[in-house]
Design a protein around this ligand. Structure first.
Ligand code: HEC
Ligand code: HEC
Length: 286
């Protein structure tokens, strides 16, 4: 299990609920602005891209990363609930991967706080996402002369599961927003007015701040539960597999996504989720 996220208790207390602290000054929050440039190794990123779209990375060669993180949907899933590995549904939305390399905390409950290598391993190996045995994955790569050459060109030597978990994150680094009117400081007048509201009266900045427009902390915003998780046995079995593995008490009877409770097991964290980035939102559904 990855490094657990620590809670900014005081900040959390201060920003819980939309009604509180509406007069707070935007200046108190990390500045909104362009994202820093990431250094990218092209050969590694090219390899990572081929892997990202390759269904052979899943147990029965039926799904790739792109099945759930759909490029023309902002690298998110089209549906409210993500597809799952064949024979399963899923119980959450597949997050957008745009700017994902700039984050410090991943997943809706923030359960991975280390790096994208760990995140990639989780996606590959969980039985309800790609259900891949990484030893088999490595052998599949070795049987493809194109991969053999690409791993070599990328400086990894022979294909190995460790380098798959490095190359895919290198590709994810290329999914960074730049050159939007926002990044160039050339927003329209109405967009500028919206930004004023966002920072001021509407209070969005309390949680959606910094270049990613997220504080990367967990909050309860009262979004209603999606009961398709519990009504569809395909989704529910993925939910049960997840909550059982995570050690959530009473998981068989649970009828809500525990969210951040998964990290702390404190009742007050039930149903809290990490603030999503609002960048490139118009491209991701729903
Ligand atoms: C079967 C669907 C599915 C597949 C295949 C899949 N993902 Fe995901 N991915 C999800 C879902 C659903 C989440 C949200 C999980 C959660 O919050 O618990 C997610 C979350 C993520 C995140 C965290 C995003 C964030 O901002 O917190 C990353 C990174 C990611 N996936 C990368 C990948 C990569 C790389 C692959 C391929 C190796 C992959 N995913 C394959 C469904 C999928
Ligand atoms: C208390 C912290 C907080 C405040 C204040 C807040 N948000 Fe959010 N926002 C969140 C969290 C957490 C989520 C994810 C909720 C969930 O899925 O359960 C979210 C989700 C969203 C989403 C959906 C994004 C997606 O990818 O699905 C949008 C859009 C959004 N917020 C915009 C706003 C706007 C506009 C404001 C100001 C009017 C605002 N938020 C104020 C924390 C906050």
């Amino acid at each position: 299990m990855g490094v657990r996220v620590t809670t900014g208790r005081t900040l959390l207390a201060a920003v819980m609920g939309f009604g509180v602290a509406l007069s707070a000054q935007a200046a108190e929050y990390p500045a909104i602005g362009p994202l820093p440039q990431l250094k990218i190794n092209n050969a590694k990123a090219e390899l990572g891209k081929r892997l990202f779209f390759d269904k052979r990375l899943s147990g029965d060669a039926a799904v790739s990363c792109a099945t759930c993180h759909v490029p023309d949907k902002g690298y998110a899933s089209k549906e409210a609930l993500s597809p799952g590995y064949p024979g399963n549904g899923h119980f959450r939305n597949a997050s957008s991967l745009i700017n994902v390399a700039h984050k410090k905390v991943w997943n809706w409950d923030g359960r991975i706080g280390t790096n994208l290598n760990d995140m990639t391993r989780e996606m590959l190996t969980e039985d309800y996402t790609m259900n891949m045995d990484m030893r088999i994955m490595q052998e599949r790569m070795k049987q493809d002369p194109v991969y053999v050459q690409m791993f070599k060109d990328a400086g990894y030597g022979e294909p190995s599961n460790g380098s798959v978990r490095k190359a895919i994150p290198e590709y994810m680094k290329t999914l960074t927003s730049a050159n939007s009117p926002f990044d160039k400081g050339k927003m329209s007048a109405s967009a500028n007015n919206g930004m004023k509201l966002f920072k001021g009266k509407a209070g969005c900045i309390q949680c959606h701040n910094g270049p990613l427009l997220t504080d990367q902390k967990a909050h309860n915003t009262g979004v209603p539960e999606n009961f398709d998780v519990f009504l569809d046995p395909m989704n529910h079995q993925a939910f049960i597999a997840f909550t059982m593995f995570q050690g959530i008490p009473n998981y068989m009877n649970l009828k809500r996504d525990p969210g951040y409770y998964n990290i702390t097991l404190l009742d007050e964290d039930m149903g809290k989720f990490v603030t999503p980035s609002l960048r490139e939102l118009k491209y991701s559904a729903p």
